[in-house]
Ligand binder design. Structure first.
Ligand code: FMN
Ligand code: SF4
Ligand code: SF4
Length: 264
């Protein structure tokens, strides 16, 4: 590592990637680093400080990631050799998402000092029981700690790619780039069970892309065309009032209090 000031830009829907960023930060701080964590969805990529080490962490979605994360990466300035590391969290498999985005960053002139994906509890469709989730997180924490120490001593794994991953990346890019299209947004639009909703407004405040609004009676409406499918609103609604045909069971890595402290 050229210097010990690190800025981590993190996108996390339900908290797994945020916990990963915090673990990386805590481990690096033990080695004398100064680490700041920023919300990638709110950050302006043009404002990043290239004299710091940059960390970029995000959720794997459809073996790729959310459009808001891709916008951030695509709009970063030319790296001119600035050091960057990439980390992702996934429920099952990522098809080398961390490596694929490292290639994108490398092509923009960044020097990749490490790239790794971590298996964390699944927050989508195949949500497991909390006992299993706890074990999965504990296992991941050990690997995350190792990765952070390797970043500090310069031995972290670098990205790798091959023709198979490149083809898969093109396909998953094609799909995820269309998530903000009208057709997709209409298909996945969430519903509200008004008899359960207490109009607390939490879902509106925590949506990373301001996709939810109040209606005239102060109920949330999901008419926006920007939903990333990050699962945050549906998972953290305290009354389980948000419904989707995509999800029967929800997952949250943090308590509602922790999520408020993190985002609001
Ligand atoms: C829309 C969506 C798509 C997902 N696609 C994948 C996937 O392709 N592969 C995978 O292993 N996990 C997938 N997941 C699961 C998440 O990557 C995983 O649970 C992650 O740790 C969640 O991180 P977060 O809490 O920081 O958002 C998906 C989750 C969502 C919401
Ligand atoms: S978080 Fe749940 S209860 Fe609160 S406004 Fe949104 S849907 Fe209603
Ligand atoms: S509407 Fe819900 S799932 Fe969609 S981006 Fe906002 S918080 Fe995430």
């Amino acid at each position: 590592m050229k210097n010990k000031t690190i800025d981590i830009y993190c996108f996390s829907g339900t908290g797994n990637t945020y916990l990963t960023a915090k673990k990386i930060a805590a481990t690096m701080e033990e080695s004398g680093c100064i680490v700041s964590i920023y919300d990638l969805a709110k950050a302006n990529p043009k404002d990043i400080n290239l004299s710091h080490i940059i960390g970029i962490g995000f959720t794997v979605a459809c073996w790729n990631t959310f459009p808001v994360v891709k916008d951030f990466i695509n709009n970063l300035p030319t790296g001119n050799g600035a050091e960057v590391f990439v980390f992702t969290t996934m429920g099952d498999s990522s098809l080398n998402t961390a490596g694929n985005f490292s290639c994108v960053l490398n092509n923009k002139g960044y020097d990749i000092i490490g790239a790794q994906g971590f298996l964390m509890p699944n927050n989508f469709i195949a949500v497991q029981k909390e006992e299993k989730n706890i074990l999965k997180r504990e296992k991941a924490y050990k690997k995350i700690e190792l990765f952070a120490n390797q970043l500090v001593d310069g031995s972290a794994k670098h990205y790798r790619t091959n023709i198979f991953f490149k083809v898969c990346f093109s396909i998953t890019n094609f799909i995820t780039n269309r998530w903000r299209g009208k057709v997709f947004q209409k298909i996945v639009r969430f519903g509200l069970e008004k008899n359960k909703c207490v109009k607390c407004g939490l879902c509106i405040k925590i949506c990373p892309v301001e996709n939810i609004e109040y209606d005239v009676r102060n109920y949330p409406i999901f008419n926006g065309m920007h939903c990333q499918l990050c699962m945050r609103c549906i998972s953290y609604c305290p009354k389980h009032a948000i419904k989707s045909f995509l999800l029967r069971k929800t997952y949250k890595a943090l308590s509602i209090e922790e999520v408020k402290k993190w985002i609001i």
